[in-house]
Write a protein that binds this ligand. Structure first.
Ligand code: LMR
Length: 392
């Protein structure tokens, strides 16, 4: 039977990790997979995480099973950051469960939507490639619209049109902040309109919040999620701590459900538990427990927020330098100055992207997505010069 399987290509984004590390050139530049890098090009473990992990080693007295929902202390500790300190449960209508990273959370959200009767998910393109892969794997139809125009701005007309053409029972997947791959986010005024449109049409929002704190700030980056939730009766929120706590390989995420009543919420979560049990049984504990220890300790929380501030300001600095450069050959770099988070997309052809990799040792996704955090004061001039060389 097994020989019936066709060979699958390696995931294009993850394959870049290996390609880059096999490249012997000293001046190679990794702008591929989305991990934060310091000005020295490193992706260190957060100091707050190291301290929490030490505490975990010293105090954890069992590794016995927790259950499919994972560490609910972790799940609840994040809620004031996502949903606001006032009433993070929206009077008992929001609760969640832990998931293996943002991917696990998105997968569970889509599986729950499908189990509730959703057959189509509307989504802006380009998007994180794994969104479409998850939809394909779960056999949910993807209905696409154009996320942004060539002017580097959100294409609101395309979004309005997609919502207008939607049918009751469709879901709409939106990036909460730091749009991956474009870095082009909705403004608060646009979120206000989107929230009203979703509510008027009765769509189920699936909000993917994978980069909270890497855009404008923890509070600012939650604006869209909170606005949508204030207008609609129900929603699914996929959350990742892989970037804002630097937990990448430890796979730390959560899925939250907002339902019309506490009774419905309970029922939805029971389905979430059943789906998780059949898929991964329960999420890995270590990273979630470390995040919980940070959020339970004001000194560690302050340390974490400070580290997040440093990351955000470094990325803002890199973006400002690119925008100041103005252009690189035919590429206008100025829009990158006001985009958000780790990513932006450069208008490069496949041939130019290959040339950058082969001739200049610059690695980026095939979509032209660059990870801004891969640029440092030591390599940014080379990057701009090489970009100019290939785009002429
Ligand atoms: C990325 O987009 O680079 C990250 O979200 C890593 C991943 O899992 O794709």
């Amino acid at each position: 039977m097994l020989s019936n399987l066709d060979q699958q290509p390696a995931d294009a984004l993850l394959a870049l990790i290996k390609l880059h590390s096999a490249d012997p050139r000293a001046d190679k530049i990794d702008l591929g997979v989305g991990v934060y890098r310091t000005g020295q090009g490193a992706t260190p473990v957060f100091g707050a995480i190291k301290a929490a992990e030490q505490k975990l080693v010293d105090t954890q007295n069992s590794k016995s099973y927790l259950g499919p929902e994972g560490d609910m202390g972790f799940v609840h500790a994040l809620m004031p950051y996502i949903f606001g300190k006032g009433d993070p449960t929206m009077s008992g209508r929001i609760d969640g469960m832990q998931a293996p990273g943002g991917t696990g959370a998105v997968r569970l959200a889509v599986a729950l939507a499908k189990k509730s009767g959703v057959t189509r998910i509307i989504m802006g393109l380009p998007s994180w490639p794994n969104h479409a892969q998850i939809l394909g794997d779960l056999a949910v139809e993807l209905v696409s619209f154009k996320h942004a125009g060539a002017d580097g701005k959100v294409d609101m007309d395309a979004l309005r049109g997609a919502i207008a053409a939607a049918e009751a029972g469709d879901a709409l997947l939106l990036h909460g902040c730091c749009h991956n791959p474009t870095g082009i986010d909705y403004t608060p005024a646009q979120w206000d309109e989107i929230a009203d449109l979703i509510a008027a049409k009765g769509l189920l929002p699936i909000l993917d919040l994978a980069y909270q704190g890497l855009g404008k700030g923890m509070e600012e980056d939650a604006y869209g999620v909170r606005k949508v939730l204030s207008r609609v009766p129900e929603a699914l929120i996929a959350y990742s701590c892989d970037k804002n706590f630097g937990m990448y390989r430890d796979r730390v995420g959560a899925i939250y459900v907002m339902a019309e009543t506490a009774e419905v919420l309970n029922r939805v979560l029971s389905n979430g538990h059943a789906l998780a049990r059949a898929a991964w049984s329960m999420p890995p504990d270590h990273g979630g427990a470390a995040v919980r220890l940070i959020l339970e300790d004001p000194a560690l929380t302050a340390m974490w927020l400070d580290e997040l501030d440093t990351m955000r300001s470094r990325m803002a600095h890199v973006r400002a330098r690119l925008a100041e450069a103005g252009s690189a050959g035919a590429i206008d770099l100025t829009p990158l100055g006001h985009q958000n988070g780790l990513f932006s997309v450069l208008p490069l052809s496949g041939e130019q992207i290959l040339k950058l990799r082969e001739q200049h040792g610059i690695y980026m996704a095939g979509s032209g997505r660059v990870n801004i955090a891969g640029l440092t004061s030591g390599n940014i001039d080379k990057f701009i010069a090489d970009l100019a060389a290939v785009s002429g």
